[in-house]
Design a protein. Structure first.
Length: 278
């Protein structure tokens, strides 16, 4: 990046103070001695630096082994005869979609059906990661997960980036939304299963050493762990966190989420790195 003139520095500061909203022409009129072309260049460079700084302040969370954690998230789809909710589950270590279920309502029945199908096909992970949809925290769902000794992590309120992995996967799924919109509702789930089959088995990914998600998933080692001991450790850690944490204004399940993260980190199943996105 070339050295900035005094006028360019003032323009860059203005871009920062206005969070990148100001345009090049406004900068030209606000900062004497700068052309519109230079103002556009300064804005572009400043936005790049701001994005690098933002990423440098983030914590990157990496799940190191398959079967440790799976995410569950939904998409709202339009079909030829109405609307439909599609609920996807996917592993957090390998971008392998384990299954999809659909229904006209996003309710506890759909969530329970999706989780039951996922566990029957692939076994129970140690942890499911849910957002705070009301249908994710109902007696039928809690009882099923307790029966399989599965822990649950709910992300912070109003924090979509906590579910960034699944949000990116849903963005990939949206490449087929125009096609899905032409289908009757009863055919959409079958077509979604075909789409997941293609995404899992045909897409070779650099992040997987040019393997497909299916190849990486199929080669995963068996996860041997005492689930009862893990649950007891999480319970003890959560109790300790609550004793030392100011809870006012914070989610009631924050201590348990932190305890699960700590327990997984001590086993090497989860890694957190500040600035890991740079």
């Amino acid at each position: 990046m070339r050295p900035l003139s005094q006028a360019a520095k003032r323009a860059s500061e203005l871009v920062r103070r206005l969070h990148g909203l100001v345009g090049a022409e406004s900068l030209r009129r606000s900062v004497p001695g700068i052309s519109r072309r230079e103002a556009a260049w300064v804005k572009a460079q400043t936005l790049t630096l701001m994005e690098r700084e933002r990423k440098g302040s983030l914590t990157r969370v990496t799940v190191t082994r398959p079967d440790v954690m799976r995410g569950l998230d939904g998409m709202y789809l339009h079909g030829a005869e109405g609307t439909l909710h599609a609920l996807f589950t996917a592993d957090a270590a390998v971008p392998y979609r384990t299954q999809v279920k659909t229904a006209t309502r996003y309710d506890a029945q759909l969530v329970a059906r999706a989780l039951r199908s996922d566990i029957d096909k692939h076994g129970a992970p140690l942890v499911y990661r849910f957002d705070r949809a009301r249908a994710h925290d109902v007696p039928a769902v809690r009882e099923m997960l307790q029966a399989h000794q599965v822990l649950v992590v709910h992300g912070p309120p109003r924090c979509p980036r906590f579910y960034g992995q699944h949000e990116r996967q849903n963005r990939e799924h949206r490449a087929w939304t125009n096609e899905l919109a032409m289908l009757p509702l009863e055919q959409i789930e079958l077509r979604l299963e075909e789409i997941l089959e293609a995404v899992n088995k045909l897409w070779r990914r650099r992040t997987l050493g040019w393997k497909t998600a299916y190849e990486a998933w199929s080669a995963r080692p068996r996860l041997e762990i005492d689930r009862r001991a893990l649950r007891e450790e999480v319970s003890e850690r959560a109790a300790g966190i609550r004793r030392h944490m100011q809870c006012r204004g914070k989610p009631a399940d924050l201590a348990e989420r932190l305890a699960i993260e700590q327990a997984l980190e001590t086993r090497g199943y989860l890694r957190q790195q500040i600035g890991g996105w740079c």
